[in-house]
Design a protein around this ligand. Structure first.
Ligand code: PLP
Length: 283
């Protein structure tokens, strides 16, 4: 396979980045992940819009390839013969002398990788996953999709050490989001609830798509803070992300969610999301 680095398609072993890259030294970088299903690039435009916003909010320079990104993403899929998988794209503010503010003229580092993986085949989409609740120790610009992911790595590793598959963050108000996903509950009335957007969570592209699909299907969708008590008492809990799609959560800490199996509304939303993907044109 080949990856894309600063204007060139390269075999991975030939792709190198400066030790002075500001992503490496300062964590000054942003990223995106796209789901690819049957050569369909899911939610191409909303991920690109979020990428543009992350660049604007951080002041990381826009790479010269920005306008060509849809073409480059398609080319990466083709060169790696990806049918089902993911595209990872990262932009850092480039290399320079090691100081906090850098130089205005640095060429941003643009890296694009493709990974073959049949996300739809994950058994967890049917069986659901167990997660741990973890205090949200992150910074207060979680709306930016930054590569500064140490709290997420620590939370996921701690959860995995307990035999869980993932982590959900909470603060003094309630659930913020998953370590790499947004959190939804389904109430006893059948309403679909997720935290409102703010600086406290990432505006997930899958979150947005699932909300649209749920409303089109006649479900009531509310954006409200979910307390930890409400989370643990909810009949259904699920996560959304480009990598886990609509993922049922059947255990949180020592609590079983619902009857410990994927809920009916979660299953319905999974199907609506798959139907939506099927309706997209392959690249
Ligand atoms: N929240 C966090 C912290 C994430 O890292 C992610 C994805 O990686 C999401 C939410 C879900 O975003 P999306 O649906 O755009 O993949």
């Amino acid at each position: 396979g080949e990856l894309f680095l600063n204007g060139r398609y390269l075999p991975p072993e030939q792709a190198t980045v400066s030790a002075f890259d500001r992503g490496f030294l300062f964590g000054e970088g942003i990223y995106e992940v796209w789901l690819v299903v049957g050569r369909r690039l899911v939610d191409l435009d909303s991920h690109l819009s979020r990428l543009d916003r992350s660049l604007r909010e951080t002041g990381i320079p826009v790479p010269p390839e920005r306008a060509a990104l849809p073409t480059i993403l398609a080319e990466i899929i083709t060169r790696n013969a990806i049918t089902d998988g993911f595209i990872y794209l990262q932009i850092t503010s480039g290399a320079g002398e090691r100081n906090f503010t850098g130089e205005a003229s640095t060429r941003p580092t643009l890296l694009i990788l493709a990974q073959e993986k049949d996300a739809l085949a994950a058994p967890a989409l049917q069986s659901g996953i167990a997660v741990d609740l973890v205090p949200d120790i992150r910074w207060l610009r979680r709306d930016i999709k930054t590569i500064m992911l140490l709290p997420q790595v620590m939370a996921k590793k701690a959860a995995m050490a307990h035999g869980r598959q993932d982590a959900i963050f909470y603060d003094s108000t309630g659930v913020t989001e998953g370590a790499s996903a947004n959190v939804f509950i389904v109430t006893a009335q059948g309403d679909v609830v997720t935290r409102a957007l703010s600086h406290e969570l990432l505006p997930g592209c899958t979150r947005n798509r699932v909300m649209i699909l749920a409303r089109e299907a006649g479900l009531t969708v509310r954006e409200e803070t979910i307390t930890v008590d409400a989370l643990l008492a909810a009949p259904e809990v699920f996560l959304t992300s480009a990598t886990s799609l609509v993922m049922p959560v059947v255990r949180i800490g020592d609590s079983t969610i619902g009857n410990g199996q994927r809920g009916a509304t979660t299953q319905r939303l999974q199907q609506l999301y798959l139907n939506y993907i099927d309706s997209l044109p392959p690249i």
